[in-house]
Write a protein that binds this ligand. Structure first.
Ligand code: MRU
Length: 357
């Protein structure tokens, strides 16, 4: 694995150690997160970010809360677990992996409570569940890499947007996993990384982690994506996702939609790479996905430097939705959904055991 984005340290009690991603690439700092409130803050500030990593962080966030519930059992323990999950659920609204992980943790506690387990046994169950979420994410990244690498040619050049790599997961990432796997297989590839305004995940994180791994990466301004496609430099686009609707609409970092439109104009394949935990069974159309709006200062005073008048009106959505019709394929851990649409997405979800009733 290229970097250890976040890990659980110790047994019970323990804490989460994560890379403080807001400091990259100039400083490599580790952050120890020991309370639920610190975890909410870390997720909100993007110290940990990227949909799958947020899901793992949420599972471990529940542990930070329940490990302090010594002596509680039954419904009392359940109620506190639900409160902890609700607090963590307010950290960020768009990446469904956050809610998927929290539902899974609460579901496990509910199951163990209904089985009449003691508070201590319920806590052990939650530790098991959070570690399972972590380990499954690692395995999923490998599967995404294997399926995605089949779409990558020796000598190919690929464009990516934001950071959907090791820093967004606990292993090799989602959209970057095929690059790591293709490189491991000996394919010579090159990557263009959009800088990804306003928080520069492409510049600060994607270029950093691909350089660490020895994969050729060229950084471009977001608004150069059209030109590099026009110049015939790009063989395909690979992006991650924060939430995928049942009709195949793909929500990802702001700017992804523009890249998809450009890719269509230039007849370049556009792939989203995402685990099934990113598919939302409650959302039938991309327009239903809640889009996070972040503070104006991220645009007007990015990284501490004022670049716009103080009083200017600002609209700062952190994500956008790419309609399914612009998506060539969605790479999942079970295979590639080609030309995704409601029936193909739903049948993939059903085959993976997701209840769509
Ligand atoms: O705001 P961020 O940095 O959390 O946004 C991250 C993205 O948009 C990623 O592309 C997405 O979460 C997929 S990560 C594997």
């Amino acid at each position: 694995m290229p970097v250890e984005t976040l890990i659980w340290v110790g047994e019970r009690p323990g804490f989460v150690r994560m890379i403080e991603q807001t400091k990259l690439p100039t400083e490599f700092e580790l952050l120890d997160v020991k309370t639920v409130e610190q975890m909410v803050d870390a997720i909100w500030r993007l110290a940990v970010r990227g949909a799958p990593a947020i899901g793992v962080a949420a599972g471990y966030g529940v542990l930070l809360g329940v490990q302090a519930l010594e002596g509680l059992g039954g419904e009392e323990f359940m109620g506190r677990t639900r409160e902890i999950a609700a607090t963590l659920g307010k950290a960020r609204p768009t990446a469904v992996n956050l809610f998927w992980a929290l539902d899974r943790m609460v579901g496990r506690a509910q199951h163990d409570c209904a089985a009449g387990m003691s508070g201590d046994a319920m806590r052990s169950g939650l530790f098991e569940e959070a570690h399972a979420i972590f380990h499954e994410d690692q395995i999923t990244c490998e599967a995404l890499g294997r399926h995605g690498a089949e779409l990558i040619s020796d000598g190919g050049t690929y464009l990516t947007h934001c950071n959907a790599g090791a820093l967004a997961t606990t292993n090799t990432g989602t959209a970057l996993a095929p690059f790591y796997e293709a490189a491991r297989q000996g394919k010579q590839i090159a990557v263009f990384a959009d800088e990804t305004r306003p928080l520069l995940q492409g510049a600060r994180l994607t270029s950093w982690e691909l350089m660490q791994a020895g994969i050729s990466v060229t950084l471009i301004c977001d608004n150069a994506a059209g030109l590099v496609m026009f110049e015939d430099k790009i063989d395909a686009v690979f992006v991650g996702s924060d939430r995928i609707a049942r009709n195949g609409d793909v929500c990802n970092k702001i700017g992804t939609y523009s890249v998809a439109v450009l890719a269509r104009q230039h007849r370049i394949p556009f792939y989203a790479v995402a685990p099934l935990s990113t598919f939302d069974r409650n959302i039938t159309h991309g327009s239903m996905i809640p889009i996070e709006e972040r503070p104006a200062e991220e645009i007007t005073r990015g990284f501490g430097k004022q670049t716009a008048p103080d009083e200017v009106k600002v609209y700062n959505p952190a994500f956008d939705v790419t309609p399914a019709e612009l998506v060539t394929g969605i790479v999942t851990e079970t295979g590639v959904i080609e030309l995704p649409c409601q029936s193909s997405v739903e049948s993939t979800m059903r085959a993976a055991g997701i209840d769509l009733a």
